[in-house]
Design a protein around this ligand. Structure first.
Ligand SMILES: CSCCC(=O)/C(O)=C/O
Ligand SMILES: [Fe+2]
Length: 175
């Protein structure tokens, strides 16, 4: 895992966009994001049990696995959105980038590679992209039934209960 400020420069979303300024794990944890490196899936199972996760699936995001819809999928994952539940993403193979908004509404880019696991809180604005290798195989873990609907950023989503709860939880935390 490597986290850094996104450079906001034009260019393909799959390029690193590395500003050269790293972000610490402490900064991420203040945004409610946790990272672990688990070479053994037994550790993922233990974490899932401890945090009361009941469902999981696996997804392969690549042109080979997705065919003609790959480019469209990659563009869709990159729309800024939030989810109404906490989610775990565990990279089984390949790599990818999650961009998350920090408390100052700036993008932080998190590069995840094989065996990286990230816990993302409900209500955080984020987006995802594969890197220039165009291959991410991931396990997605859900507390309950998967709530797939991404809520795109906008006036309505700003008022969303889970967004408001996320902001409230973060106001007591200074970076
Ligand atoms: C690497 S898992 C697929 C992307 C995803 O689950 C998500 O929530 C993107 O925002
Ligand atoms: Fe998402």
């Amino acid at each position: 895992m490597k986290a850094y400020w996104f450079d906001n420069l034009p260019g393909d979303q799959r390029e690193p966009h590395d500003s050269g300024r790293e972000v610490s794990p402490e900064h991420l944890s203040k945004l409610g994001i946790l990272h672990f490196n688990y070479p053994n899936v037994a550790d993922v199972d233990a974490l899932a049990m401890e945090r009361d996760y009941k469902n999981r699936d696996e997804v392969t995001i690549s042109p080979e696995a997705m065919g003609d819809i790959y480019e469209e999928k990659v563009k869709n994952f990159f729309h800024e959105h939030l989810h109404e539940d906490e989610e775990i993403r565990y990279i089984l193979d390949g790599a990818g980038f999650f961009d998350v908004r920090n408390e100052g509404d700036e993008w932080i880019r998190i590069r995840l590679e094989k065996n990286d696991l990230m816990i993302m809180p409900a209500g955080i604005y984020h987006r995802f992209t594969t890197d220039s290798m165009n291959y991410t195989k991931a396990m997605r873990l859900f507390k309950e039934d998967p709530k797939w609907t991404p809520l795109n950023r906008g006036e309505e989503t700003e008022k969303n209960q889970f967004r408001q709860e996320y902001l409230k939880a973060r106001t007591s935390v200074s970076v």
